[in-house]
Design a protein around this ligand. Structure first.
Ligand code: TXA
Ligand code: MG
Length: 324
C-alpha cells in the first residue's frame, strides 16, 4: 500500500470517512485515526500497528458536546473534568455507546473519549463527521511518534495517509481518567497533571505506580493496555539519577538525555539536554528514536522529578527502561 502524504484536512477527513487509516498531529503525539464506527477499518488499524486486541482505543471528537456519539452517559465527574480540561490532553473513560464496536473498546463496556487541543486535529475530526478511534502513531511497543517522519519510520506502507505537519507541543500522551464512578481514577498519567485534576476533584485516585512491574500489575485489570511493553527503543535504556561520569564498555556507543548537563561530554556519542521538564517531555520520544537512528547501544536517561508533568514523563521513562 502507498502511504499518501497529506496536507489538507479535507483530504484526511475524506480518507477516514472512506475507511482509511490516517496519521494526524495532536498536541500530545500523532494519532492513527480511523472511523470508530467502521469495524473493518478498526480491524485493519490493529493489524497495521501490530497492537494486541485486548488494548482499547481512545475515541477522538471535535468538540466536547459531541460526547453522545461515543459515550452512553456523561457522569458528574466526567462532566467536571471535560469542562475543566477539554479540549486538551485528557481522556475521559465513560460507559460506551452501542455505535462504538467491541473491537474499539477491546470488549470493555466503557470507552475513552478525548477532544484534542490542536487546530489540524480539530479540523480533521470536524470535517470527518464521525467519532475517530486513534491510538498513538507507532508500531506497538515503540516510542510514540511526535513527528511525521517518525510516524513513517514505523508505518510507511502500512497506513493510507499521513498528515505532514509537526506540532506535538506536549510530547507525551493524554492523561486517562476513569470517570465511571463518583470518585475518578487516573489510569495513565499524561499531559494534564495529577495536581491539576485534584484541583477540580480532590478525591481523584491515582493508580500507585512506583516500579514498572508494580505499575503493570496494578493497572492490568482497569487499563489492559498498560500491561504491554511500551515506549522501548532498540538501545538498552538505563534510568539514572544523574549523568554517568564514565561507562565501562569502550566498544559500545552511548547516549544521554536529561536536564542536568554532563560534566564531560567526551565519552558520549549522542547527548541531549533540555532547559525545563516540559521541554524534556516534549523531546523525550524523539530523543529515543534519534538514538536508534544513530545505532546507539546504551542510552542513559536522567529520571524526571516526580511532580507535575515530570510524573508522567517519569512513568514513560520507567517503561522505556523496563526489561524487554
Ligand atoms: O494523547 C493520547 O492519548 C494519544 C493521542 C493520539 O490522542 N493516544 C494514545 O492512544 O495514546 P494509545 O492507544 O496509545 O493509548 C490509549 C490508552 C491505553 O493505555 C489504553 O489501555 C487506554 O488508553 N484506554 C483506552 N480506552 C480505555 C478504556 N475504555 N478503559 C480503560 N483504558 C482505556
Ligand atoms: Mg500508545
Amino acid at each position: 500500500m502507498e502511504t499518501k502524504r497529506i496536507d489538507s484536512p479535507d483530504e484526511a477527513a475524506e480518507l477516514i470517512r472512506a475507511g482509511g487509516i490516517v496519521a494526524f498531529p495532536t498536541e500530545t503525539v500523532f494519532g492513527l485515526g480511523v472511523d470508530a464506527t467502521n469495524e473493518d477499518a478498526v480491524r485493519r488499524l490493529f493489524e497495521a500497528k501490530g497492537r494486541p486486541s485486548d488494548n482499547p482505543l481512545i475515541v477522538h471528537l471535535s468538540e466536547a458536546r459531541r460526547w453522545p456519539t461515543a459515550a452512553a452517559e456523561l457522569s458528574p465527574s466526567g462532566k467536571l473534568l471535560l469542562d475543566a480540561f477539554s479540549p486538551g490532553p485528557i481522556t475521559i473513560v465513560l460507559p460506551k455507546q452501542a455505535a462504538i464496536g467491541d473491537r474499539v473498546s477491546a470488549g470493555l463496556s466503557t470507552v475513552g473519549i478525548r477532544i484534542p487541543d490542536h487546530p489540524t486535529a480539530e479540523a480533521i475530526l470536524r470535517k470527518s463527521g464521525v467519532p475517530v478511534a486513534a491510538p498513538s502513531a507507532n508500531r506497538s511497543g515503540r516510542p510514540s511518534g511526535t513527528t511525521w517522519r517518525s510516524v513513517l519510520e514505523d508505518l510507511d506502507g502500512r497506513i493510507d495517509g499521513v498528515f505532514c505537519e509537526d506540532s506535538s507541543s506536549i510530547g507525551i500522551e493524554s492523561t486517562v481518567v476513569d470517570c465511571t464512578s463518583t470518585c475518578p481514577t487516573i489510569l495513565r498519567l499524561g499531559g494534564i497533571t495529577l495536581e491539576q485534576i485534584r484541583s477540580v476533584i480532590p478525591s481523584t485516585k491515582a493508580l500507585g505506580a512506583h516500579t514498572p512491574a508494580e505499575a503493570i500489575n496494578s493497572t492490568r485489570v482497569m487499563s489492559p493496555g498498560l500491561a504491554h511493553p511500551h515506549y522501548q527503543p532498540k538501545a538498552n535504556a538505563i534510568l539514572v539519577d544523574s549523568p554517568p561520569s564514565h561507562h565501562e564498555s569502550l566498544n559500545e556507543t552511548i547516549a544521554y538525555c536529561g536536564i542536568t548537563k554532563p560534566q564531560t561530554l567526551a565519552h558520549l556519542d549522542f547527548c541531549q539536554t533540555f532547559p525545563t521538564v516540559r521541554d524534556y517531555a516534549t523531546g523525550f520520544y524523539e530523543f529515543l528514536r534519534e538514538a536508534d537512528r544513530q545505532l546507539i547501544h546504551t542510552v542513559f536517561i536522567e529520571a524526571a522529578p516526580a511532580v507535575g508533568i515530570g510524573r508522567a514523563l517519569l512513568d514513560r521513562q520507567q517503561r522505556a527502561a523496563a526489561k524487554k
